[in-house]
Ligand binder design. Sequence first.
Ligand SMILES: Nc1ncnc2c1ncn2[C@@H]1O[C@H](COP(=O)(O)OP(=O)(O)OP(=O)(O)O)[C@@H](O)[C@H]1O
Ligand SMILES: [Mg+2]
Length: 261
Amino acid sequence: MTPGDTAAPPLLELRGINKSFGPVHVLRDVDFTVRAGEVTALVGDNGAGKSTLVKCIGGIYSTDNGETHIDGQKVNIHGPRDAAHNGIEIVYQDLALCDNLDIVQNMFLGREKRSGLILDEPAMEELAAKTLAGLSVRTVKSVRQLVSSLSGGQRQTVAIAKAVLWNSRLVILDEPTAALGVAQTAQVLELVRRLADNGLAVVLISHNMNDVFAVSDRIAALYLGRMAAQVRATDVTHAQVVELITAGRSGSLGLQPEEAL
Ligand SMILES: Nc1ncnc2c1ncn2[C@@H]1O[C@H](COP(=O)(O)OP(=O)(O)OP(=O)(O)O)[C@@H](O)[C@H]1O
Ligand SMILES: [Mg+2]
């Protein structure tokens, strides 16, 4: 850093990530930068490699090569625990919560607070309620409600609150609004924006361009496992992003023809 340059390094920076499943080369030399206080949309067609990329970030998959930097420091993430230790939490669309447990039980699953030998229910209840309130979530009546009784939007909200509870610095949401109606989508997107405004780094995977443009600061487009472009949302149009997704390039943006083959 040069004197006077106060720009902090990005929270997360991936460099040259490759990932294959046997003969299938899914991610190719992927660079990806995520900054605190911003929502970065990760877009791409079905099978482009979005979920694979976030699973690499979250330590679910190991990468074949490439580097991961957090706050400018090279790190090795060997599993979900390492990722959590580095403040990275992923909210998966389907696997996020257990239906037969209540909100508190879900939020503390596997990381329960204890008072001596017994579970410290009051402390967990209070912390769960405080976390939801801190995110201005008001539609959940009781933190002792079973998750099976929640709407899709409320479930996503609880899943996101769960990620936030663990001092996350980077929250990754894999298609959080895919199954939601209009009002619930708006509610989740508002929460996504609030997380970033609170200083977290947020990665949002979405196929919905309206959602992407509603909340994102930056847009990263994957095309057949390559990072076609990472741009400021204000620098591109919907049509350009759609082109990046479907063709890997749009005018001077994106992969060169020979790269996109
Ligand atoms: N465990 C795996 N074994 C083999 N191939 C896989 C595996 N996981 C993903 N793939 C392949 O990797 C490619 C990228 O898949 P991925 O799930 O990352 O795509 P995606 O961008 O998340 O797509 P979608 O928008 O449909 O969720 C696909 O061709 C898929 O078949
Ligand atoms: Mg996916």
